[in-house]
Design a protein around this ligand. Structure first.
Ligand code: HEM
Length: 106
């Protein structure tokens, strides 16, 4: 039975985000440092999950057998969970930009 540790990974990410939020509120770190930190996490999780996902898709389509398939799939899903959650923070940070696009169209 697979276990992708979705709940523990999500808890770690949400708690870490909350800690970074408190650090910014208490002026221990600047919003720029907070943003840079989460952007780096987003980049690393994308490079692992996204690239691994593409490689797996190509190998599956070409019907090539992949060594350590289950382990790579597990890494893909776990880093994909990180990527998807951090993407949500990212989206909220840049929400004014998307809202301005909608407003401009009107
Ligand atoms: C970034 C682009 C992504 C690509 C190109 C991609 C590609 C793939 C591929 C090729 C598979 C294997 C399908 C198969 O075995 O037939 C897969 C499985 C899976 N992916 Fe992704 N994926 C991406 C992002 C994500 C994200 C963000 C998540 C979030 C957690 C995710 C979760 C999963 C899950 C749950 C499975 C099924 C695992 C299983 O069969 O046990 N993927 N993905």
């Amino acid at each position: 039975m697979n276990n992708y540790l979705t709940f523990p990974i999500s808890a770690i990410i949400l708690i870490s985000y909350f800690v970074s939020f408190i650090l910014v509120k208490n002026k221990k770190i600047s919003p720029v440092v907070q943003c840079r930190f989460w952007n780096i996490i987003l980049l690393i999780s994308f490079l692992i999950s996204g690239m691994l996902g593409l490689v797996l898709a190509v190998f599956i389509d070409l019907k090539l057998s992949i060594m350590w398939y289950r382990q790579l799939l597990s890494l893909h899903v776990k880093t994909g969970t990180v990527m998807a959650l951090v993407s949500i923070f990212h989206l909220f940070w840049h929400l004014p930009y998307y809202l301005s696009l909608i407003k401009k169209k009107k």
